[in-house]
Design a protein around this ligand. Structure first.
Ligand SMILES: [Mg+2]
Length: 322
């Protein structure tokens, strides 16, 4: 077991198990929805969404095409606002985003830390939970010594036990240790992709954090795009409801409250590139701030999947006019 200085989530009840349409099948409707707004928020998770999942969480980097696409979107500030919401600590997240971080709103520790848009803020539970997390580290660490490929990451406001590199045969033993852990009332355990996470026992998550951001920048759900891949992102998908553009990154058949699918982080970045091309369109917005009839004329229909829709387009962006 190794210790890292520098991620949770509650069990999500999922109602939708049908195959989500790929974003490229809904380009025309997406364009109509997006371009009728004078300002939009594009928000995304990091790991598994814009960055391929890696064996060691410290090695995670943006997928190769992401920096250029994020820079393109960042240059559209303030018409386009970027936000990144991660289970990583805020400082760790910021260090992995490159120049895109400059105008971006950052959310770390699953919503417990916010920065940007005059939202600099830390949830009080991040402070009150510390002694309990420190006590957990003391109790957990000795039992983890025998495991190879396990890392306990201290993120200040939460702990993450990573076991992606562990031999799967060791999982029952690790699970037994976790199950035997008597957690203080102030801490709740959550499971994600190859992680156990220990977070403050509070009614707060990425979804609440995004709500706070939307109030601050005065945007409604229908002017929001959110991408995510894991259980903590379901908190956002549910919170946003059906009027936002929500994209689950991964298998199209994994149950999710998101409405659209992207195959993987590289595909998610192609989606972002497609959004950028909508805004590059000179007819997007006239000087009075009203949308041209060409893009506002067609009603949003992407929520109603068509069985006759084309298959995924994973090439570059031209031709996204639908
Ligand atoms: Mg993720």
């Amino acid at each position: 077991m190794s210790m890292m200085t520098s991620n949770k989530h509650n069990a999500v009840t999922l109602h939708e198990s049908t195959v989500r349409p790929h974003w490229a099948e809904r380009l025309s409707a997406l364009r109509a929805r997006i371009t009728r707004h004078s300002r939009i928020l594009i928000a995304s998770d990091f790991d598994g969404t814009l960055s391929p999942l890696v064996e060691h969480p410290g090695d995670a980097v943006l997928t190769p095409e992401a920096p250029a696409v994020l820079a393109r979107l960042a240059a559209m500030h303030p018409r386009v606002r970027l936000a990144f919401l991660s289970g990583r600590s805020l400082a760790d997240l910021a260090s992995r985003l490159g120049p895109a971080v400059d105008h971006a709103i950052l959310v770390g520790n699953h919503g417990l830390e916010l920065r940007g848009a005059h939202l600099d803020w830390i949830h009080r539970s991040a402070f009150t939970v510390r002694p309990h997390l420190e006590g957990l580290i003391e109790r957990l660490a000795p039992g983890l010594e025998d495991f190879a490929g396990v890392e306990l990451e201290d993120k200040g406001a939460s702990l993450t036990l990573h076991y992606r590199r562990m031999d799967t045969l060791d999982f029952p033993k690790l699970r037994a240790i976790i199950n035997a852990l008597a957690l203080p009332d102030q801490v709740r355990m959550h499971e994600g992709k190859k992680v156990f996470e220990f977070r403050p026992q509070v009614e707060w998550n990425k979804g609440f954090a995004l709500r706070r951001i939307l109030r601050r920048i005065n945007l409604s759900d229908d002017a929001v795009v959110f991408l995510g891949d894991d259980a903590t992102d379901e908190d956002v998908f549910r919170k946003l409801g059906t009027t936002a553009i929500t994209v689950h990154v991964g298998s199209a058949t994994v149950p999710s409250h998101a409405r659209l699918n992207a195959h993987d982080p590289a595909d998610a970045v192609l989606f972002l590139d497609a959004l950028a091309s909508f805004f590059d369109n000179p007819t997007f917005m006239d000087s009075r701030g009203t949308t041209p009839t060409a893009s506002s004329g067609s009603p949003p229909c992407w929520k109603s999947p068509s069985k006759a829709a084309p298959t995924a387009n994973t090439t570059s962006n031209p031709g996204y006019q639908g």
